[in-house]
Design a protein around this ligand. Sequence first.
Ligand SMILES: [Fe+2]
Length: 353
Amino acid sequence: MFVDKNNLEPGMILAADLIVNDGENNDVLLVQGQVLNQFHLKKLSTYNFDGAFVIGEAFNNLRPEPEIDKELESKALSEIKTFYNKLENDNGKVTDKSISIFSDIVDELITEILYKKELTNNVMIFRNHDEYTYQHCLSVANLSISTGISLGMKNEALHDLGMAGFLHDIGKIFIPKEILNKNGKLTESEFGLMKKHPFAAVSMLNGLLSKEILDGVGAHHEKFDGTGYPYGKKGNDISLYGRILAVCDVYHALTSNRSYRKPCFPSEAMEYLMGNAERHFDYNILNIFLKSVVAFPVGTYVKLSNKLNGIVIKNNPENNLRPVIRLLNNDDTAGEEINLFDNRKYMNVTIIA
Ligand SMILES: [Fe+2]
């Protein structure tokens, strides 16, 4: 049903993609299945949408658990934004003051993640690409810390890993935006420039942070089979933090809305990662990582193998591929709720999209 902009509310779920056109290209602003929040509603009004098609009323009020506390998230994003703007103005000079601000945020993040009872993040996809860089830093830090906790790391190591997560891509400030947002394959010389960003980040942070952090930052594009960059290191020659960051970095990039493509669903990104275990990624780290993300976040619109459609309303920590689903009737109203994890009647039903 179509809901006028004045009546759209947080918690409503988009029934169709929202497309914006900049005069030349169509760009997906938000995708079908997105659970709207305040930020999205503001975006809709900025782009002058009259309203949006949303899934029936019966599905409103799904309130996915935020990945991290909203206040901490806004504070972190605003600090990252200020930091990046300053870096660009100061030609990449990182100050002790910025390091100490991030250090405090990382401590808060660790406390927040440790406080959660279970590690299974109901990771919400941040589908707006305008602020991609900032969200990417925060999400990679968050996912890395979660993975580090599952790996049994203690406070100091978690802190270092979180710092590496926040700062891994700062070397990109020297890469022209046209290359970063290029729609299509990079030319050899463009890729050559791109390959320099881990080095650049290490030299920007040199002397300010520990060797372990620098090694992690410098290795976040290395691949387990030696086909990555900048050094083409293999296996355990790639630092532990580097191997963790590599998984979190690719996962977040794939599930984000970019100017050149729509995001993958978490389930698709997980398949991609699994398909590259031992080739691009450390199998053990990947396995641990995959336990801390859910394939179908609350609010995901799913098609089932029995030809029914529904919305994910809850995840099962025991098995993140088998959530609880509220079926969607033909008249757009809410139908039966089925738990794919323990409802024997639906054991043979699979999520197909
Ligand atoms: Fe990178």
